[in-house]
Design a protein around this ligand. Structure first.
Ligand code: ATP
Ligand code: MG
Length: 310
């Protein structure tokens, strides 16, 4: 091997090692239904992967959004590679519990006996907080060094909408209060510590520049601050940007004979509303970002453009 190649490889391996040995980063992306959580999570994940981090993008639940969005063949519990440094997985409460049981019991047939049983399945689906705890257990397993390896520098989670997200965050504390002793209580406390750890856990609340979504985002921001003392980042998505000056829009809006007159009046109204909404966001936190409404139908181009704006 040429000396400069050996030096280059040694340098790359050193950088990789340094990145790995840093604390694993967890990024939770939430917000009201339909505001753009999934595309923003994918854009964040892409951005991190491009900075050299090994990233896992995770969606929660039983059904994959990205499978249709990126026209993928199958998205499941085991990560699939999307791009260099960027993998994707779909985790549900049941699949996380199943993997954990397999890890503990280590005998596949016994795990199946345990899970493929109507009573057990019914119990898992109704036991309060169990599904949420299993998901958070899996998400924080790398940080806690507990369970099957999760060899990523960064995990970006396209989580639930606001209400269910709050229930997700409350699950470990609730469980540790209900089951104070034994391994279940101890695991719950460890998971709870991870999601409160400012160095490791980051929260991104996506909202539209509209009154109700911003109000909901502000409430969640305040809840996270009160409970975890963490400042969640606010992301104002789908900001309409007009490629002509305000003066031009104003002139067209005043000119009743112009074909674009009504559209210009609408634009003026929208732009004014957005200014007000940005002011509202600024009052909630100084840590907020804006993402424009992107006119792009190709999913990867949309995500790439968005990654460049976050
Ligand atoms: N900044 C943007 N520019 C253009 N299109 C966007 C932008 N943000 C989101 N979209 C589009 O808006 C739609 C809704 O986005 P997305 O599915 O990410 O929302 P969501 O919050 O995850 O929804 P759900 O609550 O159903 O999971 C998608 O079609 C997405 O491509
Ligand atoms: Mg979504």
């Amino acid at each position: 091997m040429a000396p400069h190649n050996a030096l280059r490889n040694a340098y790359i391996s050193h950088v990789r090692h340094t990145l790995r040995s840093m604390k694993q980063q967890i990024h939770f992306v939430t917000g009201k239904g339909g505001v753009g959580k999934s595309v923003v999570a994918a854009a964040l994940a892409l951005k991190f992967s491009r900075s050299g981090k090994k990233v896992l993008l995770v969606e929660l639940g039983d059904q994959s959004f990205y499978e249709d969005f990126f026209t993928l063949s199958k998205v499941g519990f085991s990560p699939i590679q999307l791009r260099p440094n960027l993998a994707l997985a779909l985790w549900s409460g049941e699949s996380c519990l199943r993997e954990y049981a397999r890890y503990l019991i280590k005998i596949e047939s016994l795990t199946r006996l345990f899970f493929d049983n109507a009573v057990m399945r019914a119990f898992i689906s109704v036991a309060p907080g169990l599904s949420e705890l299993a998901i958070l257990g899996k998400i924080t397993s790398g940080l806690r060094n507990h369970g099957p390896p999760l060899p990523y520098d960064c995990i970006v989670i396209d989580t639930f909408a606001t209400g269910h997200f709050k229930a997700l965050l409350e699950a470990p504390k609730g469980m540790s209060q209900a089951v104070q002793f034994g391994p279940m209580g101890e695991q719950s406390r460890q998971i709870d510590r991870c999601i409160r750890d400012k160095q490791a856990s980051h929260y991104h609340i996506v909202t539209l520049p509209e009154e109700l979504p911003i109000k909901e985002a502000a409430e969640l921001q305040a809840d996270i601050k009160a409970e975890f003392n963490i400042d969640a980042e606010l992301i104002l998505n789908k900001i309409l940007t007009v490629p002509v000056s305000g003066q031009v829009v104003k002139e067209i809006a005043l000119d009743k004979k112009d074909n674009l007159n009504e559209f210009a009046i609408y634009l003026q109204y929208q732009i004014q509303r957005q200014i007000e909404m940005k002011e509202t966001a600024q009052k909630i936190t100084t840590d907020f970002k804006c993402i424009p409404l992107i006119f792009e139908t190709d999913p990867w181009k949309l995500i790439e453009e968005m990654a460049g704006k976050i």
